[in-house]
Design a protein around this ligand. Structure first.
Ligand code: SF4
Length: 922
């Protein structure tokens, strides 16, 4: 056994991880106590990383399908790369460099990004390289650049400890950036006068814990920020000396917000005027204001303005460049920052340079030693534009690396057409089971977390080493290796295209990721992100470092702009006028509900990794859309029933949850559920509903909001089944069940998820207009192991009711209920808890809704680490007299008894809510 230090591959907090390995498997992970992002902590997602490294579904060998009528066949790397080189060369020669495109990922390491970017812009001569970071961070980039002059978050995690006011906007940090949120909880515990404000349409865990929650209507953030600016100006609470010395454009901004009174904003935003004034007052009183923001500001058609309007507030009050202050964009993906640093987007060049800047192009052409004019002067196609160009046939070859656009892009029906129209889709991916990998004409097996080596940059500009623990399986190769080897061959094949780079000049001479990092490092010299003082050796010996870190410097810069000088032509920051614009895809009589999307506590993006861990389904086991009580009552809808959700682009079937955490007139769905978990009505998952309308500057699409209609789905016949996967991978069992469901009529709701804690299992749910044939049920039973001689059976053909139950060693190991699900809740709990059912044999097939005497359903799992359910927590409070204790002591009492919230802490916000409810109930 030995340990390897690496980095978590999920969110932008960028936690350090120590992985333990026996040489064949990663057997455990723990937080790296020395890592300055997490100091030893990991959230639920990070602490289960080792459980995601299962072999099922890994892409192991290159595969080619030369025409869509053929099946994929296994090929050698040599054959595959030569096939691709020929395809690219002939396409480029016939149709020009812009006939090809690359769509890469914020999951790639900086070194991978660098090679892909150089391949597209430096060798092929196309700027058609964009990334899924476009869907996530590009409005933060344009917001920073429009105001501060550079794409550089000026604050750092330590600022949480110095802030007096923290404004969280468009972010459920408690779930999406859990370890950072733990630091906020610590700061609040140390300094109870720290004020926290949450701006979010939904009452999230972050909102619940805040001192002030502004549940604004979706898309109205700019109106709110402008009103706060209006109040600060009106109350003479701006920092006039700072404004005069370090900024420009304030007079125009002041004019633009003249009419933006809190009363006006209250009407636009749908919140109380007093709450807006309260925020403004707190902003005035605070000596150190930190704002934390994420997709709620970014994924919007006015994303740039939302970001800029927030930054305007910081500039106007000099809340920047000092401890505890600054506009701090939280990065969604682990290396969205690294991608920007290498210029791996359609409008960027390495070292935070811009495509449209002739000087920048010339610098990089010289740096890369490629002919002058190789880099086209106009930006390439950004994410949405790229898939549209593929659909129109302008981009003929599309190379996708380490991302799953067939699930994650908005308006998936349109994206599906792009895949059909592309001449060739190349997918470089670790998992052959993603929706996108299934559509590949050429599949290139890639390494993934636990195997890759390189660097990533987290939200606070901190660069950390990523280290491989195991070798990639099968013939999988590292992403940079694949791109570099293809590039070398293409350079040889294109010959004349590259001759002015010098005969024999090797543009891609890399033998290790370190050699790529060193070249990337040099591209940052004298730029705002200068890392010429950094090396792999320094990262190993001194640990993760923040940029800039110039040659000769021993440490990087914790916070930027402390001297009031900004990276603009005159060193002044710029106020950006941000007029409020109504949301696109607004509601009307046909689509009366505003749907917002968000993140679950225990899943990551498209779930290709977290979706492999049964424990991570305990908190939210199945895909659900949440609607307000009044809206559901008005439609006569009940919790748990299947509803049809339709937007202007598509529709899907999904089950309903009811909660007043969502305001009337709105509904909410987590963004994670794709076709792999939710296959209904021929849909591709949640993003069949979302719009591809994008911000005109950042080109980031409005994934956060869509106008929808929610109606009852008339699907009276229902089935639920759950069973242990035995010696099979539960994901493989899910895939088989989905195959069976896909043969059912289009108007069928089907969801397949994982279940279980110690023993992995699967959960299937079906709703149909009428009962499927007997053969379908038998197929399901066979896959789940609840058929034949091993199972107890009950059939009532007249009422279309059928039940199968499997009992082994006195415990339930599989259940299939069809036609009548009344007994589901208690049977599922018996199944999960492994309680003996020996005494219950008579009841197992009776289908009664009434649980056996003395049994109460456990409810949802709140603490995954110690498998503690909501019921157990409620029972603890009702059976212990804690009336005299304060909230903190009540929480400690709970933790010392049930242990919940004492490991990763991801459930702490929910535990606090349960403490408050228990206190209120008492
Ligand atoms: Fe990973 Fe959780 Fe840390 Fe994010 S907060 S980097 S998901 S461990």
């Amino acid at each position: 056994m030995h340990e390897v230090k690496t980095t978590c591959p999920y969110c932008g907090v960028g936690c350090g991880v120590i992985a333990t390995t026996d040489g064949e498997r990663i057997t455990a992970v723990r937080g790296d106590p020395a890592h300055p992002a997490n100091f030893g902590r990991l959230c639920t997602k990070g602490s289960t990383l080792h459980l995601t490294t299962t072999p099922y579904g890994r892409a192991l060998h290159p595969e080619i399908r030369r025409s869509r009528d053929e099946r994929h066949t296994r090929a050698s790397w040599d054959e595959t790369l030569n096939y691709l080189v020929e395809k690219f060369a002939t396409t480029i020669e016939q149709h020009g460099p812009d006939s090809v495109g690359f769509y890469v990922s914020g999951q790639l390491l900086t070194e991978d990004y660098y090679v892909f970017n150089k391949l597209a812009k430096g060798l092929i001569g196309t700027n058609n390289i964009d990334t899924n970071s476009r869907l996530c961070m590009s409005s933060a980039v344009t917001g920073y650049k429009a105001t501060l002059g550079a794409d550089a978050p000026p604050a750092c995690y330590d600022d949480l400890d110095h802030a007096e006011l923290i404004v969280i906007a468009g972010s459920n940090a408690a779930w999406a950036h859990p370890i950072l949120y733990r630091r906020l909880e610590d700061a609040k515990a140390k300094n109870p006068s720290l004020r926290v404000v949450c701006i979010d349409p939904r009452r999230t865990e972050t909102a619940r814990a805040a001192d002030l929650h502004l549940p604004i209507l979706p898309g109205t953030d700019v109106a709110l920020f402008n009103a706060v600016m209006h109040w600060l100006i009106w109350e003479d609470a701006t920092a006039s000396e700072y404004i005069a010395a370090h900024t420009e454009g304030f007079a125009d901004l002041r004019t633009s917000v003249r009419e933006c009174t809190p009363a006006w904003a209250a009407r636009v935003c749908g919140v109380r005027e007093e709450a807006i004034v309260q925020l403004a007052q707190w902003w005035r009183e605070s000596k150190a204001t930190l704002s934390l923001y994420c997709q709620g500001l970014n994924q919007s058609t006015s994303g740039t303005d939302k970001n800029a309007a927030m930054i305007n507030l910081h500039l106007a009050t000099a809340q920047i460049g000092k401890p505890g202050a600054g506009p701090f964009s939280l990065t969604g993906q682990p290396n969205a920052m690294g991608g920007r640093e290498t210029g791996g987007l359609a409008n960027l060049l390495p070292g935070h340079r811009d495509i449209v800047n002739a000087e920048h192009r010339a610098e990089i052409e010289k740096f890369w030693n490629v002919p002058t004019g190789r880099i086209p002067p106009t930006p390439g196609k950004t994410a949405v534009e790229m898939f549209d160009a593929v659909k129109r046939g302008e981009i003929k070859l599309l190379w996708i690396a380490c991302t799953n656009p067939a699930q994650s892009m908005p308006n998936l029906a349109s994206v599906a057409e792009s895949f059909v129209n592309a001449e060739c889709v190349i997918v470089q991916e670790a998992f052959a089971t993603t929706e996108t990998a299934k559509l590949a004409d050429v599949l290139l097996p890639a390494s993934t977390w636990g195997e890759k080596h390189g660097t990533v940059t987290n939200s606070e500009r901190r660069i950390t080493r990523v280290n491989g623990v195991l070798s990639p399986p099968g013939e999988a190769k590292h992403d940079w290796e694949i791109a570099a080897e293809f590039a070398r061959r293409l350079q040889r094949r294109l010959g004349t295209l590259t001759s002015s780079a010098g005969e024999g000049t090797a543009l891609f001479p890399y033998a290790t990721p370190e050699s790529i990092f060193n070249e990337h490092r040099e591209s940052t010299r004298s730029r705002d992100l200068d890392i010429t003082g950094l090396s792999y050796g320094m990262l190993e010996t001194d640990g993760p470092q923040q940029w800039p870190l110039r040659e000769g410097e021993a440490v990087g810069k914790a916070r930027l702009y402390e001297d009031g000088l900004f990276p603009t032509a005159n060193s002044r920051a710029k106020f950006k006028v941000t007029p409020y614009k109504a949301i696109v895809d607004g509601t009307d009589a046909r689509f009366p509900l505003a749907l917002t999307t968000g993140r679950m506590r225990d899943q990551w993006h498209g779930m290709s990794r977290t979706g492999r861990v049964p424990q991570l389904y305990g908190h939210e086991p199945e895909p659900m859309i949440t609607m307000n009580t009044n809206d559901a009552a008005r439609r006569g809808l009940a919790a748990g029933e299947v509803v049809k959700v339709a937007s202007r682009r598509g529709e899907l079937l999904i089950r309903l949850a009811i909660s007043d955490d969502v305001r009337s007139g709105q509904c909410y769905v987590p963004m994670h559920w794709g076709k792999a978990s939710l296959s209904s009505a021929g849909s591709h998952g949640i993003n069949v509903l979302t719009t591809s309308a994008f911000d005109p500057v950042s080109k980031q699409p409005e994934l956060k909001h869509a106008a929808v209609r929610v109606d009852r789905a008339i699907l009276p016949w229902q089935l639920v089944a759950f069973a242990y996967a035995r010696d099979r991978d539960p994901v493989a069992v899910c895939d088989e069940l989905r195959e069976i469901a896909s043969a059912l009529p289009v108007e069928t709701f089907a969801s397949t998820t994982l279940i279980g804690n110690e023993r992995p299992g699967v959960l299937l749910r079906l709703s149909c207009a009428s009962a499927p044939d007997r053969a379908t049920l038998e197929q399901i039973d066979r896959v789940l192991g609840v058929g034949g001689l091993f199972a107890l059976a009950y059939d009532d053909a007249r009422r279309n009711i059928s039940r199968r139950v499997r009992v082994e060693d006195g415990r339930l190991t599989g259940v299939r209920l069809a036609g009548d699900l009344a007994a589901e809740t208690w049977m599922r709990d018996f199944f999960l808890s492994g309680i003996s059912v020996t005494e219950l044999r008579q009841r197992l097939l009776a289908g009664s809704a009434t649980a056996p005497d003395g049994f109460t359903a456990r409810g949802k799992i709140v603490c995954n680490c110690f498998n503690v359910s909501e019921r157990e927590i409620v029972e603890f409070y009702s059976s212990n007299d804690l009336a005299m204790m304060n909230a903190a002591n009540k929480l400690s009492a709970l933790q010392s008894t049930l242990k919940c919230g004492t490991n990763c802490g991801s459930c702490l916000p929910e535990l606090r809510t349960l403490v408050s409810s228990a206190t209120a109930a008492a």
